[in-house]
Design a protein around this ligand. Structure first.
Ligand code: ATP
Length: 220
């Protein structure tokens, strides 16, 4: 089967800085892939290249089907209500499934009439993920969706992503600094460091090979 995401010899640079060098990796369809690496490793750059927000200088990156992306910083307009964000999406995207999104938000107990800026950080993350899912992507790309959330909210966001996976075909690529959050839910691992691919593959197989996952604090 065609991988959901495939990068071949991918090189990306910002002016003179190479943010990614010669990265070749793939994520099989249906996997939840963790993208980890220290600050400046190239995680955001890889995600931007994957969803077409920037053009590689070398090599290629290809997504099978449609990708939806949730950016790391402020992916939502805080002065809009949740319902307005849903309506906005419908005007922008013909694949938009507002009914499913409204249903999902109701299940999460998030009121549609509330202004986004008045929701908790965890609720805002849930809204951002729900809006991305409303475009019915084949690949969901989440740049640090758990950043700045307390442990309970982190757990809730991951649980809601896993619930979505149980319902339909979807591949997820998500980055995080908190490796412990990803161990239970992710089954594929991509590790970058200073723009180079360090490790990529099935987590179980990597652990059988005695790879030890450590957080940024323990990694030094
Ligand atoms: P973090 O965990 O801090 O978000 P990251 O792994 O997502 O980091 P990137 O944001 O992809 O890393 O950055 C990779 C490299 O590219 C870094 O050296 C960064 O300074 C550089 N970089 C990123 N964006 C730009 C830009 N717009 N202009 C110039 N250099 C950039």
């Amino acid at each position: 089967m065609r991988p959901a995401l495939e990068a071949t010899g991918l090189g990306v640079r910002y002016r003179r800085t190479w943010a990614l060098r010669d990265c070749s990796l793939s994520v099989p369809a249906g996997r939840v892939a963790a993208l980890v690496g220290p600050n400046g490793a190239g995680k955001t750059t890889l995600m931007h290249a994957a969803v077409g927000l920037l053009r590689p200088a070398l090599g290629s990156v290809r997504v099978a089907g449609e990708a939806a992306f949730v950016a790391q910083d402020k992916p939502l307009y805080e002065s809009f209500t949740v319902a307005e964000m849903l309506a906005f999406g419908r005007r922008m995207n013909t694949r938009w499934d507002a009914a499913a999104a409204a249903h999902r938000l109701a299940g999460l107990g998030i009121p549609l009439k509330q202004k986004v800026g008045r929701l908790s950080g965890g609720q805002q993350a849930q809204v951002a993920v729900t809006l991305a899912l409303a475009s019915r992507p084949d690949l969901l790309v989440l740049d640090e969706p758990l950043a700045n959330l307390d442990p309970l909210a982190r757990h809730d966001v991951m649980r809601s992503i896993m619930a979505e996976l149980a319902e339909r075909e979807l591949t997820v690529l998500l980055s995080s600094h908190v490796v412990a959050d990803l161990e239970e839910t992710c089954d594929w691992l991509v590790v970058l460091n200073t723009g180079r691919l360090q490790i990529s593959g099935d987590i179980e197989e990597l652990l059988d090979g005695h790879l030890v996952l450590t957080g940024p604090d323990e990694a030094s």
